[in-house]
Write a protein that binds this ligand. Sequence first.
Ligand SMILES: NC(=O)c1ccc[n+]([C@@H]2O[C@H](COP(=O)([O-])OP(=O)(O)OC[C@H]3O[C@@H](n4cnc5c(N)ncnc54)[C@H](O)[C@@H]3O)[C@@H](O)[C@H]2O)c1
Ligand SMILES: [Zn+2]
Length: 377
Amino acid sequence: MKKRECFIMSERIFISPAKYVQGKNAIQNIGEYVKDFGERTVVIADETVWEIAGNDVVDKLKQKNLEAEEIVFNGEASETEINRITDIVTKAGASVVIGVGGGKTLDTAKAVSDEVNGIAVIVPTTASTDAPTSALSVVYSDDGVFEGYRFYKKNPNLVVVDTKIVAGAPPRFLASGIADALATWVEARSVIQAGGDTMAGGTTTIAGQAIAEKCEETLFQYANLAYESVQAKSVTPALESVVEANTLLSGLGFESGGLGAAHAIHNGFTALKGDIHHMTHGEKVAFGTLVQLALEKHDMKEIERYIQLYTSLGLPVTLEDIHLKDASREDIMKVAKAATTEGETIHQAFDVTADDVADAIYAADQYAKAYKEKHAK
Ligand SMILES: NC(=O)c1ccc[n+]([C@@H]2O[C@H](COP(=O)([O-])OP(=O)(O)OC[C@H]3O[C@@H](n4cnc5c(N)ncnc54)[C@H](O)[C@@H]3O)[C@@H](O)[C@H]2O)c1
Ligand SMILES: [Zn+2]
């Protein structure tokens, strides 16, 4: 389940959504983009997002004489939830599945669309992950433990990002998306170096590499200004750039560029119980990225460049920050073992054991603690 089936592993493969639209008030035009896909649509959003954007999306669809059945998402991208919503969509006879919200809603919408062989329309309401563009979903148990990836034969048909809505979301979400996107180049370059496979099922194209690299460049340039823009609930050129980096560049860059250790370590963290479950995907990925950097050979300046950006955005950099200060070596080994299970993406870039990963977790934690001490006023 974790790897896309592929016959000739050395082929370069690049995949992407058919259309990506981003801008202030972009949702106002959604009916125009969707109207040629089919008349029967379903709109999936959780309770919070119905108020923020779901109702607006439905209004715009109705203005174009499209039917729109409203579905409330339960909160977990699990097989149970995917099956429940697939039943509703099948009964409604709808062919256009529109997901509105955060990563879990979008992953569920993609899964449902695949089940009914439909058209997938993705409307992220935060720039918190790079889930919107990919042809895969991350599936969890009903209790939120990582179970695996589901792969689809196509990426979403349309992605519409309204930056006014993204600017109104909590700044923590944007920071999380920045962390998810900062992992992109770190992971892609490690897969490229090792000649590993990407989530698209082949090796990395020059396009995939260039996009992943540009993603990181954009973030180091504009992440802080974009974060301040969201504090002010304002759409600015810096925010537009970072939303594109978090969503489009990171999405294409991770899927066709390659995932390595950072995401495998994130997946490992979901195996633990406790307060770590309150951390966002991007926050766990931030720490996972530092662990990947600790597994690699970098000088202090390079590692501190990442720690500096993370801390300036309020992202976690130590075990204490992710509520694992008191975790036993046994717990850390549990994470490391889950991160190195067969089929995990870490093996596309590294030849390491669970023990090596556990050492890197402690090293990353110590690097960040030393950085904090050095910079404490
Ligand atoms: N499929 C992929 O390629 C891919 C890539 C990255 C991450 N993911 C997955 O994405 C998930 C994480 O997504 P997430 O971090 O967005 O969290 P999430 O989907 O769990 O939660 C998002 C939360 O934000 C709220 N929200 C959404 N928009 C809002 C707004 N504008 N204002 C206020 N609140 C708003 C929602 O109500 C929800 O409670 C994980 O399951 C992860 O594995 C998938
Ligand atoms: Zn991610």
